[in-house]
Design a protein around this ligand. Structure first.
Ligand SMILES: *Cc1c(COP(=O)(O)O)cnc(C)c1O
Length: 396
């Protein structure tokens, strides 16, 4: 290959993962969470692939993402899971995008926007049952419900959802899991006694969707699992497939003698005659600088090779040993793992992070090439409103 880094996105894997998750939960509707540019896989093509796999809902964080999906013609329920004051609520309401609120003040703001838009806002109330992030804690929940039902009675909102978010779903037997399920059940009971008639009650993120049936309620919200990723120890079950392969070609290869110092600060010195290869990927593109000198985390011609020395802004040097290699050889940074290449999970385990952080690092820096369900293409063809969903400016 010509050296240029690429993220290959397997849309069929995304589609198959959603279908497999739907089977796993026994047909409960799946909301595919496609926040953060679909975990770095590209918002619109990933969302379409998830719908092709049977996702009934789409979840995002930023309202702008929800609006982009609606403008692209997607008709399914879309919710912005991020209650935020002074967001363009009116646009969201007129585009039939579900909003969320965790405070009475935000309910009133959304209600006012709905009054101007001339139609009720579809609203999900967020209970903080132990995440300590958004939402109303137990003491604040009655006031939130009251504000929402008042706005509903005035025809300004329709309370379509009650939801909460788990903090420790990926930690086996964590005591907070049961406590959050109980707290959420109590919050639902209180809201329904007060007169709320939600369409959906939802709690489960991806790890919970995989391992905690008591959290399913009416709708599950997997994110990383849609892309074949998990925060569970040991990573994703083998029936889910990682959808991203990150690769680039070697731009130069050379033989060097033993004792050759390599890269900034000479943190690597060859201990034998060997072949060095230069890869055009550095920490600007998404290789963590902490990967300096990591052994065996990239694959060339089916064998594992090591990073020699410091990760640079746009380059790493690889120690390729004595096996043949030439400029243009494909280097796989991570992929689904079926040809023995490393996975994002393996990178995460080695660098002390989670696979989500590994795959999202390349967003906007490395162009994506899509294969599968919605047809081959690149960021350019899948641009949302003329704007590339990955904000990739460079030609590729
Ligand atoms: C990110 C997120 C999810 C999905 O989480 P995963 O761990 O990726 O499955 C679900 N719900 C909310 C509110 C989120 O923020």
């Amino acid at each position: 290959m010509d050296g240029q880094p690429e993220a290959l996105i397997d849309l069929d894997a995304i589609k198959a993962n959603v279908a497999a998750l739907t089977r796993h939960v026994g047909g409960i509707p799946v909301m595919a969470v496609v926040k953060s540019d679909a975990y770095g896989h590209g918002l619109l093509p990933s969302a379409k692939a998830a719908l092709a796999g049977g996702a009934a809902w789409l979840g995002v964080i930023q309202l702008a993402d929800a609006i982009a999906l609606r403008r692209a013609g997607l008709q399914c329920p879309i919710v912005s899971l991020h209650g935020s004051p002074d967001a363009p609520h009116g646009d969201a309401i007129s585009q039939d995008i579900d909003l969320t609120a965790g405070t009475p003040a935000l309910v009133r703001q959304i209600g006012a926007a709905a009054g101007l838009a001339g139609r009720p806002a579809r609203l999900h109330l967020e209970a903080d049952t132990g995440m300590g992030r958004g939402g109303a804690i137990e003491a604040q929940w009655p006031a939130l419900v009251d504000a929402a039902l008042t706005a509903e009675a005035a025809g300004l909102v329709r309370v379509v959802g009650l939801w909460s978010h788990l903090a420790c779903a990926d930690i086996a037997d964590h005591p907070s899991i049961g406590q959050q399920i109980d707290a959420f059940s109590s919050a639902i009971a209180l809201a329904e006694r007060a007169g709320a008639r939600p369409e959906v009650r939802h709690l489960a993120n991806g790890p919970a969707t995989l391992t905690l049936p008591d959290t399913y309620f009416d709708l599950v919200r997997p994110g990383g699992a849609v892309f074949g990723l998990s925060t569970l120890p040991g990573g994703v079950p083998e029936w889910l497939r990682p959808a991203m392969t990150l690769r680039a070609g070697l731009i130069q290869v050379k033989r060097v003698p033993s004792g050759t110092p390599v890269s900034y600060a000479h943190r690597y010195i060859t201990d034998r005659e060997t072949t060095l290869g230069v890869l055009p990927l550095g920490y600007n593109e998404g290789i963590p600088r902490h990967a300096t000198n990591v052994a065996g985390l990239l694959a060339v011609r089916g064998r594992r090779v090591s990073i020699a020395g410091t990760v640079n802004l746009n380059h790493v040097v690889l120690d390729l040993g004595d096996d043949g290699a030439e400029a243009g050889d494909e280097v796989i940074v991570f992929g689904p793992g079926d040809s023995g290449e490393p996975t994002a999970q393996e990178w995460a385990d080695r660098l002390g992070t989670i696979s989500y952080e590994i795959v999202t690092r390349f967003t906007g820096k490395v162009p994506r090439i899509y294969s599968g369900v919605t047809g081959a293409g690149s960021d350019r063809e899948h641009a949302v409103d003329g704007r590339s969903s990955g904000q990739v400016a460079a030609a590729h």
